[in-house]
Design a protein around this ligand. Structure first.
Ligand code: ARG
Length: 576
């Protein structure tokens, strides 16, 4: 264990249990502004035992358990203990991390099967910025869980089924496959959809055909299915282009669209019936999950089957939960979907609990997120007023990054610049998205996300590249300093070391709330600590052994920067 706070907690556990008459008691070790750490557990324990908290805290100090760990232990306030770690303790913790490919992060003790439902654009519709958020946040959660040793199953629940497919297929036939394919795979999904919709509105003949086609589709007519598959493939070709540009892990193997759950719905519906959960409501068949009310305070139904006998979006999500629990054996299901679908998901989960399909310890979590707003603070639109085309947005990010790099580093060779511009542009976009508290809306602002200062992707990538360049310019192989002993004398060295050692707990807090912005905050603080260190502590100009010690600290910083950015799905170039 390399995190000094966690180590402290482990060291104190037996003592606290002793004081508590043998039963475990949490020492409650927290970061502190005044010292390196604070032990708060004596307060709660004293209360439980009816003892004086300051006396109990003093007993902890006098026990001698922390002699090797702390240079200073001070009982403060009503009974906190402020801890200042000894340099030798921190140095030994660091030594363990330097030689560790996992940078001090241990795999989770309970490896789980985690299903992540994310991205999920709709066939023959433009991916919107909401799908961008889902894709970027989901990708980071996948990487984080995989790193901790969980088995992650990625599911891209694309909208590939439903009534609109009647008109979409007919429009495909009208246009001819080649024309349709050109438009769709180029990303003109909205155009295709709008044309089909306009025809549907204007022509009764087209409506007839579209309706008949839905019936054929639902009846499994092979010729219709062939056309439907073409439509799905053409859209997927476009989605895949976006995924490649975005550099996310999704592939065709991860597709698990709504269509997959259609054959399962009848069975799921039957199970609701058998369980006696179905009620009739104005001709529809519904379930009333407890705790959901409409505006008038009446119970809110989850519609399982409409008046016309059709299964609903909710029914397909029920089938989807059943599939994930019963076939995939999921322990944890994450739904990375915008907050507008919060109620839908909560109702689905609740119905699954009522039916006994979702039982502890299996968990379903809605990882919701806010909207992306334009500078006018309204939902982001293109200048023409349409929803923004995602592929264009990504291209623009890369172009802007290329311009910024050309200005900052005119010496970089053109081919290299292009590679770096990709990493910086896409990284900037992802970081802007990930670094805001995910539940909140955020304003999309090119200048801010691409700035080389502040809490931005480029700033963090630059911090990494700067460290790489220290080694490059001095002609020192980074790996060569990894067996060096790091000594911590200056306060900036200590602060940086404490931050590096806190990497595992930063990952823990991030995953506790499925909130990548917490990891972003950590990375930013790490870069800031490095910056202070770099300002106050000369590296190459110092004499040995300080020089090598500082090089080792710099190298470790670069490794943690690169790795943590990697968990956010962001690549850190070695120069920029
Ligand atoms: N396709 C849906 C949309 O664009 C999102 C699907 C999310 N996943 C799910 N299991 N409902 O809104």
């Amino acid at each position: 264990m390399s995190d000094p706070l966690a180590s402290l907690s482990t060291l104190l556990a037996p003592l606290f249990a002793d004081l508590n008459g043998g039963a475990p008691a949490d020492p409650t070790v927290r970061p502190s502004d005044r010292a390196d750490a604070q032990i708060n557990g004596a307060l709660a324990l004293a209360k439980r035992l009816g003892a004086n908290p300051r006396d109990l805290a003093q007993q902890v100090v006098d026990s001698g358990v922390l002699t090797d760990v702390a240079t200073d232990l001070e009982v403060a306030g009503p009974g906190f203990i402020n801890v200042t770690f000894s340099s030798s303790f921190l140095e030994s913790q660091l030594a363990a991390v330097v030689g560790d490919g996992r940078l001090g992060v241990e795999p989770a003790s309970d490896s789980k099967i985690v299903v992540v439902d994310y991205s999920a654009p709709n066939v023959a519709k433009e991916m919107h910025v909401g799908h961008l958020r889902s894709t970027v946040i989901g990708d980071s959660l996948v990487r984080l869980h995989e790193f901790l040793g969980h088995t992650v199953i990625r599911e891209n629940h694309i909208g590939d089924w439903g009534r609109p497919f009647g008109m979409l297929i007919e429009h495909l036939l009208d246009l001819g496959e080649d024309v349709a394919s050109d438009g769709l795979s180029q990303g003109d999904l909205d155009g295709f959809y709008k044309q089909a919709n306009a025809k549907f509105k204007d022509s009764e003949e087209f409506q007839e055909r579209a309706r008949a086609r839905v019936v054929l589709l639902q009846g499994g007519d092979e010729a219709t299915l062939v056309l439907w598959r073409r439509l799905v493939e053409m859209s997927n070709a476009y989605f895949n282009r976006v995924y490649t540009k975005l550099d996310v892990l999704l592939t065709d193997d991860d597709l698990a669209g709504e269509s997959r759950y259609q054959p399962l719905m009848e069975g799921v519906y039957g199970r609701l019936e058998t369980a006696g959960l179905l009620h009739e409501d104005a001709g529809a068949m519904v379930v009333y999950p407890p705790g959901f009310k409409n505006r008038d305070g009446d119970p809110l139904p989850m519609i399982a089957k409409s008046q016309t006998g059709a299964f609903m979006y909710a029914t397909s999500d029920l089938a989807c939960v059943v599939d994930r629990v019963e076939r995939l054996d999921a322990d944890l299901m994450l739904y990375v979907i915008g907050t507008p679908q919060a109620q839908h998901l909560q109702m689905v989960f609740e119905v699954c609990r009522m039916a006994g399909w979702l039982t502890e310890p299996t968990e379903a979590v809605h990882v919701g997120f806010g909207n992306v707003l334009g500078e006018d603070r309204k939902m982001m639109r293109s200048r023409a007023g349409d929803s923004v085309k995602l592929a264009d947005l990504l291209d623009e990010a890369v172009e802007r990054a290329a311009a910024a790099i050309a200005e900052k580093n005119p010496d970089i060779v053109p081919e290299e610049r292009l590679v770096v511009a990709n990493m910086v542009g896409i990284g900037a976009l992802k970081y802007a998205d990930l670094s805001t508290e995910r539940i909140k809306d955020y304003v999309f602002d090119w200048d801010r996300m691409l700035a080389f200062e502040g809490n931005t992707g480029p700033y963090l990538q630059y911090a990494h590249a700067r460290i790489c360049s220290i080694f490059r310019r001095a002609g020192i192989d980074r790996a060569s300093v990894r067996s060096a002993h790091i000594t911590l004398d200056q306060p900036q060295e200590r602060a940086l070391a404490m931050r590096l050692l806190a990497y595992p707990s930063a990952i823990d807090t991030t995953l506790d709330s499925y909130s990548p912005h917490k990891l972003c905050t950590y990375v930013y603080e790490l870069a800031s600590d490095f910056s202070s260190f770099y300002q106050e502590c000369p590296i190459l100009k110092s004499d040995e052994p300080v020089r090598t010690s500082r090089l080792a600290l710099a190298d470790l910083t670069a490794r943690v920067l690169e790795h943590s950015l990697g968990l956010l799905g962001i690549t850190a170039p070695e120069q920029m």
